[in-house]
Design a protein around this ligand. Structure first.
Ligand SMILES: [Zn+2]
Length: 122
């Protein structure tokens, strides 16, 4: 379960940013998580509160924005969105719905980023 280390690294990074700005307490954190990363938002939420304990993020609200995986077909140029989430390793290989090619490029869904940290100005 690598979500725990992902959450730890995000909380560490965010705490660092907050400390630099002299902010003692965040009210919310918005993350963007692409489906192709294989990171499951449900588990991120599950670990979040525990990992935040003792950091400026303790008690803050976690907001997650999910991004679907989007492919570009190198054979026919078709762009399509996948319903599938990245952790479904046992599913057959993704193929272009237009020409059935498997020569695909991921153009969206690889995101994992801190979009916004909310805090109250004092
Ligand atoms: Zn195609």
């Amino acid at each position: 379960m690598h979500e725990l280390s992902v959450v730890q690294s995000i909380v560490q990074t965010t705490s660092g940013i907050l400390a630099e700005r002299g902010i003692e307490k965040a009210s919310f954190l918005t993350l963007v998580i692409g489906a192709h990363t294989g990171i499951i938002p449900k588990y991120v939420k599950m670990y979040y509160n525990d990992v935040c304990e003792g950091t400026p993020l303790e008690g803050s609200e976690l907001r997650i924005e999910s991004v679907d995986t989007e492919y570009f077909c190198r054979d026919c140029g078709h762009v399509f969105r996948s319903e599938r989430s990245g952790h479904d390793h046992h599913a057959p290989e993704e193929r272009c719905p237009a020409c059935s090619s498997a020569d695909l490029e991921v153009i969206a869904g690889d995101e994992l980023m801190i979009k916004e940290v909310g805090y109250e100005d004092r």
